[in-house]
Design a protein around this ligand. Structure first.
Ligand SMILES: [Zn+2]
Length: 221
């Protein structure tokens, strides 16, 4: 079957146009509604290999760090638990069939960037793009699973690790009939840019569009 290209492109334009307006006018989150009992933060892959060095690092991810550090400190002051997922692969990782070798375990690439290192973080390493598969964070003893309402997600990259975790987490909550919601902080997630094949803004917005359609909330700080 051949698809009707003009129809699809016109539909995309009108649908996407509305969505971009939505993102441009997202609500700002109100930190007062988040407490150590009802909230957890998930920070994904804010490591040197995606921010500063190596084949997959991106300046656009690196640029989020100061704003993220301020938000992180605000939430840590409120004793809100923060789970930090880090890519950390064995040398023969299956993922290297799809991506160039990166963030090998115990390398500088797999270390959290120095600006975001805090003793309060709960460090979890992962060997795929989906942190949930390494550890379901709501099963950690520090999390008050019964009272949990908000899972706030930040980090990189929007269209791979952030989308994979946020979507799986949301579906897990639905599966177990838990009322907590996943919220992605739109201006504390970002993706990389490759001219001609991976447009940063387009891929970021497409991923947000699909996440919102899956039941994930979007906010800004
Ligand atoms: Zn990886």
């Amino acid at each position: 079957m051949n698809y009707n290209k003009n129809h699809v492109l016109q539909t995309l334009e009108s649908t996407f146009s509305t969505f971009i307006d939505t993102v441009n006018h997202l609500d700002h989150l109100n930190p007062s509604q988040y407490t150590s009992d009802n909230t957890m933060i998930v920070m994904i892959d804010m490591i040197n290999g995606f921010c500063k060095i190596g084949p997959l690092h991106s300046d656009f991810v690196n640029q989020m760090i100061p704003k993220m550090a301020r938000f992180l400190d605000t939430m840590i002051k409120k004793n809100i638990p923060v789970i930090s997922y880090r890519d950390s692969h064995p040398a023969d990782a299956g993922e290297f069939d799809y991506f160039p070798p990166h963030c090998v375990e115990d390398s500088e690439e797999s270390e959290l960037v120095s600006e975001l290192q805090r003793t309060e973080l709960i460090d979890i390493t992962k060997n795929s793009t989906n942190g949930f598969l390494a550890q379901n964070p709501i099963d950690l003893p520090i999390i008050n699973k019964e009272h949990l309402e908000h899972i706030l997600v930040m980090g990189c990259v929007t269209d791979i690790c952030v989308r994979d975790f946020s979507t799986t987490m949301t579906k897990h909550l639905q599966e177990i009939n838990h009322s907590a919601r996943v919220t992605v902080i739109e201006n504390l997630v970002a993706t990389f840019h490759i001219e001609g094949s991976h447009d940063r803004e387009t891929e970021h917005l497409l991923a947000l569009y699909h996440m919102q359609a899956s039941g994930i909330k979007l906010v800004r700080v």
